[in-house]
Design a protein around this ligand. Structure first.
Ligand code: ATP
Ligand code: MG
Length: 495
């Protein structure tokens, strides 16, 4: 059993945790939810020995813990799987599982056979078919996560903590992970599970605890509560609708892609986008959507085909700047890697992308900059105590909002949003949909890539389905349904 007793943690300008007390029973799957910046990751960092200076007490199985380093938490059986995985891509699965604890044979040689055998056993126990000899960098994110779980199991973990484990998984992979989590529970492990996906939390967890602005709001039993109630606890108000009302004013054709191909990634893709339109791209991970987006924005060159923007015809772009000049802006899927300059402040990050707009000659106009930046902070409800806060110190979801601001601050006609709401709380999701609507009111067109069918269905005017690198079906908003789309995506006959 884990008991948090009156935990408080301050950061400059914010109380990340404010007198938080609750308990996690042994052998349960316990969900932890709350809006971006509510304090979830901070709590987890205390439990896993990463944050060591805080007020309050932490008990595990009745004993008070005061970790001064992460490995101490590990020794007490707490294994944490962070959203940014810590596997080493160049090592094999078995080497990763035994990293730092390699079994040694007589003479000091690492016992590779033992490592592989043991790894195979643990993998099989979880029902995974991953080969222990495979290099981790070649595995899917889902399988890399499984390697992390195996690592924890070999460590004899009693408590497994997962911070947003499914945010980069496909629906199928999520199902697989759920099965693993259930097996862990059967084995008597306790699981603390952070997620923004309400359906998922209700599906997996026995108990759900809610944090809001660093405060503990309550714990509910899954059987006795509803997602609506939990959302109300999270946001402190009720959310009437998941999606803002959408008016459609479709104008001229903005973009036409004809027979675009890139070997091994996608083939013969043709589609169009009109002014004022949101066009959703549905597909399973690996369907080729991100690769297609990368080609449209000049990060890769197509092997064949053309891109028409207005009257201009392009045979691909050789640089993202060229695509941007032609009118295409991109919100990358991997925001940590591509979008955010972690060591700069929120203001600098946003300003970077709009230098041209707000500078006259060589001078940046500080007033213009600030009004743009503060506008985003307010509209997207970015939780910062100051616009000069370093981006790295924002909570995960708030960092994403900064990257979204960077994209919105650029003024182009065609936007590609690749998984814009990943890791973002319900309130902010609504804001992002609203902003997408506003962009379309100004006559912009949006290509919207998402793995979450409900939002694709909720806000797209048309939906293209991609499977194995091919665009195989188009639905209008009216025609589409989750069943029809899943049928197409998973390889059913196209009706
Ligand atoms: N190292 C730090 N320096 C300053 N402030 C921090 C630091 N780490 C976290 N914070 C602040 O503490 C608050 C809680 O952050 P935390 O990361 O725990 O939120 P979270 O609930 O995990 O949010 P998300 O859902 O966005 O991941 C936020 O306001 C965040 O900006
Ligand atoms: Mg977090």
């Amino acid at each position: 059993m884990i008991v948090f007793e009156r935990l408080s943690k301050k950061f400059p300008g914010v109380k990340a945790l404010d007198d938080v007390s609750f308990r996690v029973e042994e052998g349960e799957i316990h969900g932890l939810v709350g809006e971006n910046g509510a304090g979830k990751s901070t709590l987890i960092k205390i439990l896993s020995g990463i944050i060591t200076d805080y007020e309050g007490k932490l008990f595990i199985d009745g004993r008070e813990m005061s970790f001064t380093a992460a490995h101490q938490a590990q020794n007490q059986g707490v294994a944490t799987i962070f959203q940014e995985l810590t596997v080493i891509r160049d090592l094999s699965v078995a080497e990763n599982i035994f990293l730092g604890r390699e079994p040694v044979r007589m003479g000091g040689v690492v016992d590779t056979n033992f490592m592989r055998e043991k790894s195979r056993e643990v993998l099989q126990y979880l029902g995974s078919t991953v080969n222990p000899g495979e290099i981790v960098g070649r595995l899917s994110i889902a399988n890399q996560q499984i390697v992390e779980i195996c690592k924890a199991l070999v460590l004899n973990a009693k408590i497994i903590v997962m911070d947003e484990p499914t945010s980069s998984l496909t629906e199928h992979e999520v199902k697989q992970l759920v099965t693993f989590i259930r097996r862990l529970k059967e084995r008597g492990l306790t699981i603390l599970y952070v997620s923004h996906k309400m359906e998922e939390v209700f599906h997996i967890c026995d108990t759900i605890s809610v944090l809001r602005d660093g405060k503990f709001i309550g714990s509910v039993n899954k059987e006795e509560s509803t997602p609506d109630e939990v959302i109300r606890m999270m946001v402190g108000r009720s959310m009437e609708a998941m999606f803002p009302p959408r008016e459609r004013h479709i104008g001229e054709k903005l973009l036409e892609v004809r027979s675009l191909s890139r070997k091994g990634e996608f083939e013969d893709v043709s589609f169009s986008l009109y002014e004022g339109e949101i066009v959703g791209f549905a597909g399973l991970i690996g369907a080729g959507r991100t690769e297609l987006a990368k080609t449209l924005i000049g990060a890769a060159r197509p092997g064949a085909g053309e891109i028409r923007i207005g009257k201009r015809v392009f045979r691909g772009f050789s640089h993202p700047h060229e695509a941007y000049q032609a009118g295409i802006a991109y919100l990358p899927e991997d925001r940590k890697g591509e979008g955010l300059v972690a060591c700069l402040t929120v203001r600098e990050n946003i300003a970077l992308s709009i230098l041209r707009r707000i500078s006259s000659y060589l001078w940046v106009k500080p007033q213009a900059e600030l009004s743009v930046v503060d506008g985003f902070i307010k509209n997207l409800r970015i939780k910062v105590y100051h616009h000069d806060q370093v981006a790295e110190t924002l909570s995960g979801g708030n960092q994403q909002k900064v990257v979204i601001s960077k994209l919105l601050a650029t003024q182009t006609d065609i936007f590609i949003f690749d998984e814009p709401t990943r890791g973002i709380d319900v309130g902010a999701k609504y804001e992002i949909y609203r902003i997408m609507n506003d962009l379309t009111k100004e006559g912009k067109g949006i290509i919207f890539i998402s793995s979450e069918l409900p939002e694709i269905l909720g806000i797209s005017d048309r939906i293209y389905c991609m499977r194995a690198g091919q665009l195989i079906k188009e639905f209008t908003h009216e025609e589409a349904s989750p069943e029809k789309i899943m049928h197409v995506l998973t390889g059913g006959n196209i009706i």
